[in-house]
Design a protein around this ligand. Structure first.
Ligand SMILES: Nc1ncnc2c1ncn2[C@@H]1O[C@H](COP(=O)(O)OP(=O)(O)OP(=O)(O)O)[C@@H](O)[C@H]1O
Ligand SMILES: [Mg+2]
Length: 297
C-alpha cells in the first residue's frame, strides 16, 4: 500500500510545488518508489521536473476525464528517480467538465487504486484553490501536508483549509489526517515570520515539521533548469532542508518503525521497500480547531 499525501494550501505561492518536487526527489534518493502527481493546470511541477508541457501526449486530465490508465500517462523522471503524472493547462478545462460528472470527487482515487503496490509514496501537488481538483486530491490522499508561508494572512487561509478537510472527512474520506504542517520560505531573522511560526507551533504542536524550509535562491532557480534543487546544487541550504524534511516524512510514514534504516547512498541501489501500511492513524492527530483559538498578536 502506498502512502498518499496531498500537498495542499489554497493560498498561492506558498511553496507547494517546490515542496512536492524536492520532497519527491529526496524520498526517491532514500530508496522510496515515488509517484509525483501534478494536479495543477499551471503545470509547474511538470516543468520543474524537466518535462516539456507542449509535447506531452497525455496528461492527468485524460486520467480524470476519460479514465485513461495512469500507467499509460506516467513519465519516468530518470535523473531524479521518481515517476510523474504530468499536467497541462487543459486540466483547467477538465476541472470544468468534471463538475457535471457523477462521482467527480472520486476520479483520482479510482485511477490510483491499481497502483497501490507500485509506489511507497504518492505526492499530489494541488492547485491554489479549493476546487474539484483539490477535492479529488483530498479524497485520494491518506493525509495532507500543508506548506505555510509564515506571513500575516497565513493563519486565516488555514482556517478555511481546515474547514474543507473536515467537510471532506464527513462526506468522502473519514480517515483523512494531517501528515504535517511545513513552514516554507522561512526567514528566521524576520520577526513576523517568527511570530507566525510560534502561532503554528502553539496550534499544531508536533504536527509542525521541525525542519523549516528557508528562503533560498537555489530553490527558486532550480525549476528553470528542470531539476530538483538537490540535483542543481546539492549543498544549497534549500536542498539540504528538503533532505532533512524527507527524513522527517519517512519517520512519520505509517509502518516506519518496522522498516529497516537504509544508509544514504545505498538507497538507489536497493530494492524498494513497500512495508508501508496506510491505515494506521494512531500516530497522527486530528486537526486542531484553529478557529476556536484567537491568534496572538
Ligand atoms: N524556499 C524557497 N526559497 C526561495 N524561493 C522559493 C522557495 N519556495 C518557493 N520559492 C519560489 O516561490 C515561488 C512560489 O513557489 P511554488 O511555486 O512552489 O508555490 P506554490 O504554492 O506551488 O504556488 P501556486 O499556488 O501558484 O501553485 C516560485 O517562484 C518558487 O520558485
Ligand atoms: Mg504550485
Amino acid at each position: 500500500m502506498s502512502w498518499t499525501l496531498a500537498i495542499t494550501n489554497q493560498k498561492g505561492g506558498v511553496g507547494k510545488t517546490t515542496t512536492a518536487v524536492n520532497l519527491a526527489a529526496a524520498l526517491a534518493e532514500r530508496g522510496q518508489r515515488v509517484l509525483l502527481i501534478d494536479l495543477d493546470p499551471q503545470g509547474n511541477a511538470t516543468v520543474s521536473t524537466g518535462q516539456d508541457k507542449a509535447t506531452l501526449e497525455r496528461t492527468v486530465a485524460d486520467v480524470l476525464l476519460d479514465a485513461v490508465p495512469v500507467a499509460e500517462v506516467i513519465c519516468a523522471i530518470d535523473a531524479a528517480g521518481f515517476d510523474l503524472l504530468p499536467a497541462h493547462l487543459e486540466l483547467a478545462g477538465a476541472e470544468f467538465q468534471l463538475v457535471t460528472r457523477i462521482g467527480r470527487e472520486l476520479k483520482l482515487k479510482q485511477a490510483l487504486a491499481p497502483l497501490q503496490a507500485q509506489y511507497d509514496l504518492v505526492l499530489i501537488d494541488c492547485p491554489p484553490a479549493l476546487n474539484t481538483l483539490t477535492i479529488n486530491a483530498l479524497v485520494a490522499a491518506n493525509d495532507v501536508l500543508i506548506p505555510v508561508q509564515c506571513e500575516y494572512f497565513a493563519l486565516e487561509g488555514l482556517s478555511s483549509l481546515l474547514d474543507t478537510l473536515e467537510q471532506v472527512r464527513l462526506a468522502l474520506n473519514p480517515s483523512l489526517g494531517i501528515a504535517g504542517v511545513l513552514r516554507t520560505l522561512f526567514d528566521a531573522r524576520n520577526l513576523l515570520a517568527q511570530q507566525v511560526s510560534e502561532q503554528l507551533l502553539s496550534h499544531f504542536g508536533d504536527q509542525v515539521f521541525a525542519t523549516p524550509i528557508p528562503r533560498n535562491v537555489r530553490l527558486a532557480e532550480a525549476p528553470s533548469h528542470g531539476l530538483p534543487a538537490m540535483l542543481y546544487d546539492r549543498q544549497s541550504v534549500g536542498a539540504l532542508a528538503y533532505e532533512a524534511l524527507a527524513e522527517e516524512v519517512l519517520r512519520r510514514m505509517p509502518g516506519a518503525a518496522e522498516r529497516p534504516v537504509v544508509p544514504r547512498g545505498l538507497s538507489r541501489a536497493m530494492p524498494s521497500k513497500s512495508g508501508a501500511k496506510s491505515a494506521d492513524k494512531s500516530s497522527r492527530k486530528a486537526a486542531p480547531k484553529l478557529k476556536k483559538k484567537k491568534a496572538k498578536k
